[in-house]
Ligand binder design. Structure first.
Ligand SMILES: [Zn+2]
Ligand SMILES: [Zn+2]
Length: 280
């Protein structure tokens, strides 16, 4: 299990991606549900300052400070620079928890900022923030997780396995391969439909899906399932995980979403049910 999360539009949203120990957003209930796993969190990436995405932060920090667990490791929080709501809230949390027993680092970041998650010879991963369209005046980001991978250089792609092995033996594997950054996960925050160029080459796409019926949407702040399905068709996405679904659809969520499965035959479609802990 690499992913756990809980999400219901207007109430709470948080998703924990355990391979990189990242919590995306920190809505209400996150510390209660994650329990002592909150000590495993290394990075928290906040998408924006609406209460359903940050209200669990105070409790998480307070619990991590006082419950039984390892306080030796730092916790780092990243958020869209200039987001006033988040800044005020973090100032308040700092004030009421002035004697923190672990290191809390706070980093305001810009659109396009890159944050290294790990950097060894075999394993390099980083996050890149990107701007998304949500409510006016609310600076909102999505986040991509990238992994550095190697591929055979173009000029060697027609060679046989034996010829490639021979070249690697003679000149080393760096001679025949080149590095590229592969997008392994995208978490989109609250957003109107994302741009295709941002998500077409990601492996796991978390897309908010507040509305399961286009007619229920009044403003262009959120996405609908019809639009998302149209967006992801013919992309290389492997897994699509819909979240931030409105509680009004609770009873019919499965029947509505299953209608779209056949349209997305090459993509595994998942959703975070608005009343249930999601695990994958
Ligand atoms: Zn929200
Ligand atoms: Zn929002």
């Amino acid at each position: 299990m690499n992913i756990i999360g809980y999400s219901k539009a207007l109430y709470t949203t948080w998703v924990y991606y355990s391979p990189e120990r990242i919590l995306f957003d920190a809505g209400e209930g996150v510390s209660t549900m994650m329990n002592n796993k909150i000590y495993a969190i290394k990075h928290i990436f906040l998408t924006h300052g609406h209460v359903d995405h940050i209200s669990g932060l105070w409790s998480l920090i307070n619990t991590r400070n006082n419950a039984m667990g390892d306080r030796g490791k730092d916790l780092s929080i990243y958020y869209p620079k200039g987001n006033k709501g988040i800044e005020e809230y973090l100032t308040f949390i700092r004030k009421v928890n002035s004697d923190l027993r672990f290191n809390l680092n706070i980093y305001p970041i810009e659109d396009g900022s890159e944050i290294i998650l790990r950097d060894s010879k075999q394993n390099k991963k980083f996050i890149r923030a990107f701007k998304v369209k949500h409510t006016q005046n609310e600076k909102s980001f999505g986040y991509h997780v990238f992994e550095e991978r190697k591929k055979l250089k173009k000029e060697f792609q027609n060679l046989s396995q034996n010829e490639i092995a021979e070249l690697a033996k003679l000149y080393g594997s760096d001679y025949i391969t080149e590095k590229y950054n592969s997008k392994i996960l995208t978490f989109s925050g609250d957003t109107y439909l994302l741009k295709k160029k941002d998500i077409e080459d990601t492996e796991i796409l978390f897309h908010e899906c507040t509305f399961l019926n286009k007619n229920d949407r009044k403003y262009n702040n959120h996405a609908t399932i019809e639009d998302i399905v149209e967006l992801v068709k013919d992309t290389k996405i492997k897994k699509l995980i819909l979240y931030h679904i409105s509680g009004r659809y609770l009873r019919k969520v499965e029947s509505i979403i299953s209608r779209y499965r056949y349209e997305l035959e090459n993509i595994e479609l998942y959703y975070i049910k608005p009343d249930k802990l999601f695990k994958l």
